[in-house]
Design a protein around this ligand. Structure first.
Ligand code: F6P
Length: 561
């Protein structure tokens, strides 16, 4: 695998052979065709895998021993990574090359957490000073809000912060706010509004006092219809809702913007001095450690926010510097390729054993599915291989009592990540702290049950009636990764996110797709704009298909009844 790319991976890679025609792919196909061992057998013949298949990065201990792999599998996967020059593309990304080819953009979320003395150039300009200038601006603003120095229009201190954004401008801050709740200023209320369903904004503000409420309008483009609609309604509520402040000039003290688009921010009526900038080389789903994290910074304070960035950086440096065999994102990415492309796994479950990570998987859905949900390669040719999986999951132990049945005894291959911590966080009572062992016992038990199952003989030995044996047998052999850390700190959260960011990158590189565009979300947006007049004004919409036309007609009828 090249550490210094020859040629430019950012350019069209059309000279390379198609993925499935590579000899390394054929070797993996052969290996898969001969694959037979059960995890029970793999551990019985090679107990050392429990220690050997562990990779450490920062505070994370990542155990991948319960995977359907041997040393040979790993070697073959690594050969595929070398052949597809994953590290070459990684270096091109880190060096600011325009690897987002369909949007002709650099991909530099790693610059958002680079140290102040780093030099990362885009078109000959070092972007690091700009990143740190915005971090300083955010720090000063966050401190003013947290201390009460920044007051609202009537001089009252801000007690409520409402982030309005969607997708990457919502999921990151909303997820991280939940994840780090134990670190948040408990005297402030934080709400996150994303859905254009008016109920979302209504429920977010119905019990708030406008005089004490700050809206953070987060939108990279500042043209996203949901966000602009909600922000417009929020401004009406601020000025003319119950307890409204009346005067337009109140907006300056109650609205700030996070965006790349100063012109649109000004057009909306937000003072450009109250705008926190980021840049087109930060993808929406990679943006929450940019200005998009302002609500989080206000919640947890600048120091904790910077600790989180340090966590990201630990994994960035690991990904950039560790050799392939010790490189955690590379290994996790390859394991996903092994299941998705050679076992026909369609989905990947992420199961955090932490209530605070309740939104973590939803966040990863955008990161992974918007990045790698592609069906043409970087040259625009249809791919002949599976790309990104469906990512899903919710915190354990709740999921155990809902859908784990299907993972244990269903017919699908579902690799899963189990994430847990040795210590609980927060101001829990001793009694509640003691529950943590039970939580983690469940995590370990699930990994064990999924891997080793329960044989028919074991079931019979328990005296189970023969007609029930098949029902009570667990085939096992379900692969899991277990990610353990001491505690869910800001740094550990940053490490976890960067781990998944780079894992997704690795897979996109192997599949030869552009992981950084998202054209697939455009068509629905365009059609919604076209259909809307038919719903609001009863206008005729030419070109509606018969099914949609009938649905629109029914909607109009029901609306009027
Ligand atoms: O519609 C998808 C998307 O473009 C995401 O990629 C992005 O995170 C989200 O919309 C929000 O976009 P913006 O931050 O420009 O409002």
């Amino acid at each position: 695998m090249s550490d210094s790319p020859t040629g430019s991976p950012a350019d069209s890679p059309s000279d390379s052979p198609s993925l499935t025609r590579r000899p390394q792919w054929a070797a993996l196909e052969d290996h898969r065709a001969q694959w037979h061992p059960h995890l029970r057998e793999l551990f019985a013949t090679d107990p050392g895998r429990a220690e050997r298949y562990v990779v450490r990065v920062g505070d994370l201990r990542i155990d991948y021993s319960k995977h359907l792999i041997t040393d040979e599998t790993l070697a073959l996967l690594q050969e595929l990574a070398a052949a597809t020059d994953v590290f070459g593309l990684r270096d091109a990304m880190a060096d600011g090359e325009r690897i987002n080819i369909t949007e002709d953009r650099a991909v530099l979320h790693t610059a958002l957490r680079a140290p102040a003395n780093a030099v990362i150039e885009v078109d000959g300009e070092n972007v690091v000073p700009k990143v740190h200038a915005v971090l300083d601006q955010m720090t000063s603003f966050a401190n003013r809000v947290r201390s009460g120095e920044w007051t609202g229009h009537t001089g009252r201190r801000i007690r409520n912060v409402v982030n309005i954004g969607i997708g990457g401008s919502d999921l990151g801050p909303a997820m991280a706010y939940e994840a780090l709740r134990a670190y948040t200023a408990r005297d402030l209320t934080f709400r996150f509004v994303s859905n254009v369903d008016g109920a979302d904004l209504h429920e977010a503000v119905r019990d708030l006092d406008p005089a004490e409420t700050l809206f953070i309008v987060a939108s990279k483009t500042f043209t996203t219809i949901e966000t602009i609609t909600n922000a417009t309604s929020a401004r009406s509520w601020l000025l003319h809702g119950p307890g409204g402040l009346g005067e337009d000039k109140a907006v300056a003290k109650h609205f700030v913007a996070l965006s790349t688009n100063a012109e649109k921010v000004t057009e909306f009526g937000i003072d450009p001095d109250n705008m926190f900038q980021f840049w087109d080389w930060v993808g929406g789903r990679y943006s929450f450690d940019s200005a998009i994290g302002l609500s989080l910074m206000i919640a947890i304070g600048p120091d904790h926010f910077l600790e989180m960035l340090d966590g990201f950086r630990i994994v960035d440096e690991h990904f950039r510097n560790e050799p392939a065999e010790d490189n955690a994102p590379l290994i996790l990415g390859l394991l996903g390729v092994w299941y998705g492309n050679f076992f026909d796994a369609q989905s990947h479950a992420v199961l955090p054993y932490s209530h605070y990570l309740s939104k973590f998987t939803a966040y990863l859905q955008q990161l992974d599915m918007e990045s790698n949900g592609k069906s043409v390669d970087r040259d625009g040719k249809a791919v002949e291989w599976q790309t990104g999986p469906v990512v899903w999951g919710t915190p354990g132990t709740n999921g155990q009592h809902a859908y784990y049945q299907l993972i244990h005894q269903g017919t699908k291959v579902i690799p899963a990540d189990l994430i847990g911590f040795a210590r609980p966080v927060g101001e829990l009572s001793d009694e509640l702290k003691a529950q943590h062992d039970l939580l983690m016992a469940n995590l370990f038990a699930q990994g064990q049950a999924l891997a080793f199952g329960k044989t028919a003989d074991e079931v019979r030995a328990e005296g189970v009636a023969e007609h029930q044996v098949a029902h009570r047998t667990f085939q096992g052999n379900h692969p899991t990764t277990t990610i353990l850390a001491k505690e869910l700190t800001p740094s550990v959260l940053g490490q976890l996110i960067a781990l998944y960011e780079h894992k997704v990158f690795v897979q996109g590189a192997i599949w030869n797709i552009d992981s950084f565009d998202q054209w697939g979300v455009e068509l629905g947006k365009v059609l919604a704009k076209r259909v809307e007049p038919a719903l609001t004004e009863g206008a005729d919409v030419p070109g509606l298909d018969p099914s949609t036309a009938a649905l629109v007609a029914t909607y109009r009828e029901l609306k009027e009844v």
